[in-house]
Design a protein around this ligand. Structure first.
Ligand code: CTP
Length: 414
């Protein structure tokens, strides 16, 4: 028995939509079952395609019970002689979850090696690719090249997260949360991107991420250790809650599906991009680690050792958060971060007032597992009317959820 969408009530949000769910042979294949279930619950007619390798990870019986049709596993065993073109032409979207390096490569090069790759090549519908693999594989230049090419052709990439991988390793490559995958599919089908509406539906959120780089000469710069992880997690969380999201970033990494990404390098670039994006935003979050100083002059040629030890004059950059605070439109909520090593709460309260922010998310960067480059964070959020809330050590995604839980409560009605 299958959970046919013909049985589903017609008033579900995505009734009538047909989605091919491609499952490939990664350990994360078990999470595709949750994606299947959530899509069916939204009214989607889900057609699973399982590769041979996927069948080593999950059983077809599970999909037979949960999806809208029996899973398809081969080009040659279907009653339809051309199942790939039939599915490719009649579906509203294809989501590949998890997507291994193999299927990403086949799709990029147009290689029709099995039913799933043939169907991907045979469709004009939106394709959502959700990679999952070990960090070394994900960071491999060939894989990144394939991802960037697919993205430039319009494929929606739901980037993997940082976290625990098969075999107990930690790093980038863990499949995105099933909620995030479903939100990307909903978005591709013309929905809000948030499952069940979302408490930021209809709102616009701007987030900055990463560390700025201030050039000394054509090859050197002043930078910092920020990796942008917390900013990316905040942008993804705002998207998951239904907001339209702009991410102003110094980090060369794809953002979650449906997020507008603006690439910047210096504090001055970021300042200009933030002021433009923030003018009409409901919530602005300055997560970026902005350089406080930059070289007064940038050498046009590389500074040579033979010329002796250079002396580099530094001048202050503008404080972007304070500038946004000074120009804050009525009703906008401005959120800043603070990296502290002493007097965390007092210093954060001082920054809240000085920069006219509504919330400051303070982290004690001297504590273990907290701040730059870690996958985890622990923060104290200070806010209006003396609000102080400690959020214990958790993933950066959990911190992002805690931040928006508080901020959303202070939003004026739209
Ligand atoms: N910030 C900014 N522009 C700068 C420096 C910081 O917008 N030129 C923002 C950061 O994005 C963060 C907040 O200000 O949201 C606090 O940054 P932090 O480095 O903790 O504080 P500073 O104001 O730089 O003060 P200090 O380094 O002296 O603690």
């Amino acid at each position: 028995m299958t959970a046919s969408s013909a049985d589903a009530p017609g008033d579900l949000p995505l009734s009538g939509k047909r989605v091919v769910l491609g499952v490939t042979g990664g350990i994360a294949a078990y999470k595709s079952i949750l994606v299947c279930r959530q899509l069916v619950d939204l009214g989607v007619h889900v057609i699973p395609i399982l590769t041979d390798a996927a069948l080593n990870m999950v059983g077809s019986t599970t999909f037979t019970a949960l999806a809208s049709e029996r899973p398809k596993t081969s080009l040659w065993t279907d009653p339809d002689p051309i199942p790939h073109t039939t599915m490719g032409q009649t579906c509203d979207a294809i989501v590949v979850v998890p997507a291994t390096a193999r299927i990403i490569s086949d799709y990029r090069t147009g290689r029709s090696g099995d039913l799933l790759s043939a169907t991907l090549i045979a469709t004009e519908a939106p394709v959502i690719v959700c990679p999952a693999m070990h960090t070394e594989m994900w960071n491999q230049a060939s894989v990144q090249d394939n991802i960037n090419t697919l993205q430039s052709r319009g494929t929606i990439i739901v980037p993997p997260e940082e976290g625990r991988l098969a075999g107990g390793d930690l790093g980038a490559g863990r499949l995105a949360d099933p909620d995030t995958v479903v939100a990307a599919v909903v978005d591709a089908l013309g929905g809000t991107g948030a499952v069940g509406g979302g408490d930021l539906a209809g709102r616009s959120v701007v987030v900055s991420a990463g560390g700025t780089r201030e050039a000394i000469d054509p090859v050197r710069f002043i930078g910092n250790r920020s990796t942008g992880k917390q900013g990316y997690a905040l942008a993804a969380e705002a998207k998951r809650r239904g907001a339209s999201v702009t991410l102003v970033t110094t980090v060369d990494r794809p953002a979650a599906a449906g997020i507008e990404r603006i690439d910047v390098t210096t504090a001055a670039d970021m300042e200009a991009a933030m002021h433009t994006a923030a003018a009409s935003a409901d919530i602005v979050v300055m997560t970026a680690a902005v350089a406080d100083f930059r070289p007064a002059d940038v050498a046009t040629d590389k500074i040579k050792k033979a010329d002796g030890i250079p002396s580099i004059e530094l001048v202050p950059t503008n404080d972007i958060l304070a500038g946004l605070g000074a120009k804050k439109p009525a009703g906008q909520l401005l959120v800043g971060f603070a990296a502290e090593t002493t007097n965390v709460v007092e210093s954060a309260k001082g920054k809240l007032e000085r920069k006219n922010a509504d919330f400051i998310v303070a982290n004690d960067v001297s504590a273990p597992g907290v701040g730059f480059a870690h996958d985890t964070n622990a923060v104290t959020i200070v806010g209006p009317q003396g609000l102080t809330k400690a959020v214990p050590l958790g993933t950066k995604e959990e911190i992002a959820t805690a931040v928006f839980d508080l901020v959303v409560d202070s939003l004026p009605p739209s």
